[in-house]
Design a binder for this molecule. Structure first.
Ligand SMILES: *Cc1c(COP(=O)(O)O)cnc(C)c1O
Length: 394
């Protein structure tokens, strides 16, 4: 069949460019130490930033949730799948981020990917001539949301406020969305949210903040990027994910109640899918309790100490540590093949670090993506530092 041959040729090309992706099957729970095919590894590649994905209290809460609510939700939210646990989770999430919004309400989603599709398509549904201003390093889900919306998409260069100002000033659209990650997922740096918000207020635009990597890790109480920067505005549309620092699964949008009601009525990724199991929502109530309490605070402090340790310890000449104060600590190598060799050499030593290549990042900027977790000990991070320093010299 010619179609099959076409697919094979495409895979062959990926292989030749060192762009084939593979999966490793993990036999143990997500955590700093995992087992793959009988080998023990230190994992520096998960988004389980606070080490909650295998937390005893959250696991017990999930069991309790299953006992209370069963397994499946059985339907979409708008039919009969919206349970008591979903409502309680939404109310608890408003307590987390509502102080930064006006007339706040929250809405939960199965995944952050779907939440982003919902925000971008939902907010532009009433206006075919809407303008979307999208940061160049945004997550794929925001990019896909913009494509799906069929609105006009203008991409502004990374953190370039001047370019964005010009684009906003030139726009006559009645509906304007500035869309950005708060913590850039492959770079680890923070978007200039205070300046972006000021621009949005000045030009009457929504500021859509994807806080996938900030929720739980940023802010004194773990409330995320809005707490970190102490922002408050009716223009904010906030998306946080619940499968990274929160350790479970899912996502939510928090915004003005009118925005949330619009998503419920109009956003197809909310309407046309089965609601997440209510037991997950129940488990998340415990996760949020931990995030906000002493345990969350001490885990965030430990994580920050590990970030400082890595900063301090890496001695790189050819490779480049990218400037980041978050748990995402990329090391820029450039070449695809060299990046893959570095990843493989670390893996041989029992250190599992993500290797990131195009199209996830721009051509020529392949990198190791080290992610730290509060579950790591300082000795484990010291081991990683020594291995990377030694490897760069070979
Ligand atoms: C992980 C991630 C998402 C998607 O969230 P999921 O819950 O994994 O679907 C969205 N945006 C960013 C920046 C992310 O890193």
């Amino acid at each position: 069949m010619e179609m099959l041959n076409q697919l094979k040729r495409q895979l062959q090309t990926l292989e030749e460019q060192d762009l084939i992706r593979t999966r490793r099957t993990v036999d143990t729970p997500c955590g700093p130490r995992v087992s793959v095919g009988g080998r023990e590894l230190l994992a520096f590649c998960t988004n389980d930033y606070l080490g909650l994905a295998n937390h005893r209290s959250i696991k017990l809460a999930l069991q309790e949730g299953a006992a209370m609510y069963g397994v499946g939700s059985g339907a979409s939210h708008l039919i009969s799948g919206h349970g008591r646990a979903h409502t309680m989770l939404e109310e608890r999430l408003v307590e987390f981020v509502g102080a930064h919004l006006e007339s706040p309400r929250a809405l939960t989603f199965c995944t952050g990917y779907m939440a982003n599709l919902a925000i971008v398509t939902g907010l532009t549904a009433a206006d075919r001539d809407a303008d979307i201003f999208s940061e160049s390093l945004n997550h794929a889900s925001l990019i896909d949301g913009a494509r799906l919306s069929r609105a006009n998409v203008k991409v502004y260069p990374h953190a370039d406020l001047e370019a964005l100002t010009k684009l906003l000033a030139a726009s006559n659209a009645a509906t304007k969305l500035v869309v950005t990650d708060s913590v850039f997922s492959m770079d680890g740096d923070l978007a200039p949210l205070p300046q972006l918000l000021a621009l949005c207020e000045q030009h009457g635009a929504w500021l859509v903040v994807d806080d996938a990597h900030g929720f739980g890790t940023l802010g004194t109480n773990g409330h995320g990027a809005l707490e970190h920067f102490n922002l408050r505005s009716p223009n904010l549309v906030y998306m946080g994910t619940l499968g990274k620092a929160a350790g479970v699964s899912g996502a939510f949008v928090a915004a003005h109640e009118t925005v949330i009601e619009t998503l419920i009525q109009k956003a197809r990724p909310y309407i046309f899918t089965t609601a997440a199991p209510p037991a997950l929502a129940h488990a998340l109530l415990t996760s949020l309790e931990l995030l906000e309490g002493d345990e969350g605070r001490s885990r965030r402090a430990h994580l920050q100490a590990l970030v400082a340790q890595l900063d301090d310890g890496l001695r790189l000449k050819r490779w480049q540590r990218m400037p980041s104060m978050t748990a995402i600590q990329p090391i820029l190598i450039g070449d695809n093949a060299e990046t893959m060799r570095a990843g493989a050499a670390l893996y041989e030593q029992g250190l599992w670090v993500g290797t990131i290549r195009p199209p996830t990042v721009a051509p020529g900027t392949s990198r190791l993506r080290v992610t730290l977790s509060a579950g790591h000990s300082s000795m484990e991070v010291a081991k990683l530092i020594a291995a990377i320093n030694a490897l760069e010299r070979t």
